[in-house]
Design a protein around this ligand. Structure first.
Ligand code: F6P
Length: 288
């Protein structure tokens, strides 16, 4: 069975019967045939009770939950309250789940953001402008760090590496000192500067002369045909999740660590913090 619109569909009894062929020819598609939702009702005890009633009505004895930490917290609540066995599959562009080197969607988002920033770079270069590009990552800088390196950004700003505004200004002044006339700053939306628009205001007085422009990439990072890397990862983790359930491993997330399938207790996926690679941050400084 598939549940449409995630937990909201569980509450609204929006279940669809699925067969092997239901997933034919979708590997190359963006989005989800089952749809998705951020469910407020599921946060209530009453909503979860309804969800469980519907699971039982359809004789569903275990659930594979695909999503990020919100999805996994919800799954854990269902287990704690009603002992519904779950296995999680990490699906979020933010890559911020402990227990897997990469989450499904992250690589596609990286490549999409990289291509967009390459194009923005052309205008920055043509007009000798300074661009502040905001990429997604509500609380994590994984996308910003890797796209920043891949596009040769002059500065990368992440929530994990907080920078004072004076430091940001000094770094940019250094960039322009070495005869560069255009520059590109990649900012994670969750950065403490408050995102690219706020940062632009703070930089206007000192850098306005470089015809500063802001570009917020937004939801284009969440769609599109998946990269081969994401297709393989999703296939691998989907299969690992089913195997885990068959082998009686519940309330774990199926992930890949050092190229090996790995199961991590569900609560650790959010209680432990996955760190960005600080060596990459150092590398960014060297190659900018
Ligand atoms: O958590 C994944 C994410 O893509 C974040 O990077 C982003 O802040 C958020 O989802 C956007 O969510 P929504 O589409 O609900 O605004």
């Amino acid at each position: 069975m598939g549940v449409r619109f995630g937990y909201q569909g569980m509450i609204d009894d929006d279940f669809v019967e699925m067969h092997h062929h239901s997933v034919s020819n979708i590997l190359q598609r963006g989005g989800t045939i089952l749809k998705s939702a951020r469910s407020k009702d599921f946060r209530t005890a009453e909503g979860r009770k309804k969800a469980v009633e519907n699971l039982r009505k359809h004789n569903i004895d275990a659930v594979v939950a695909i999503g990020g930490d919100g999805t996994f917290r919800g799954a854990t609540e269902l287990y704690d309250e009603y002992q519904i066995p779950f296995v999680g599959v990490p699906g979020t562009i933010d890559n911020d789940l402990y227990g897997t080197d990469e989450t499904i969607g992250y690589d596609t988002a990286l490549n999409t953001a990289m291509e967009a920033i390459d194009k923005i770079r052309d205008t920055a270069d043509a007009h000798d402008r300074m661009f502040l590009v905001e990429v997604m990552g509500r609380e994590a800088g994984f996308i910003a760090l890797e796209t920043g390196i891949a596009t040769g950004a002059e500065l990368i700003l992440l929530p994990e590496a907080v920078k004072k505004i004076e430091f940001i200004k000094d770094s940019l002044k250094e960039v322009f000192k070495v005869q560069r006339r255009s520059s590109l700053v990649v900012v994670a939306e969750g950065d403490q500067t408050g995102g690219a628009l706020n940062l632009a205001e703070k930089l206007q007085d000192d850098f306005g002369k470089y015809e500063m422009r802001v570009s917020v990439l937004g939801h284009l990072q969440r769609g599109g045909s998946p990269t081969s890397h994401d297709r393989v990862l999703a296939s691998r983790l989907g299969s690992a999740a089913v195997e885990a359930l068959l082998n009686g491993h519940y309330n774990v997330m199926a992930g890949v660590i050092n190229d090996k399938n790995a199961l991590t207790p569900m609560h650790k996926t959010w209680s432990e913090k996955k760190s960005i690679n600080f060596e990459l941050l150092e590398l960014a400084k060297v190659i900018r």
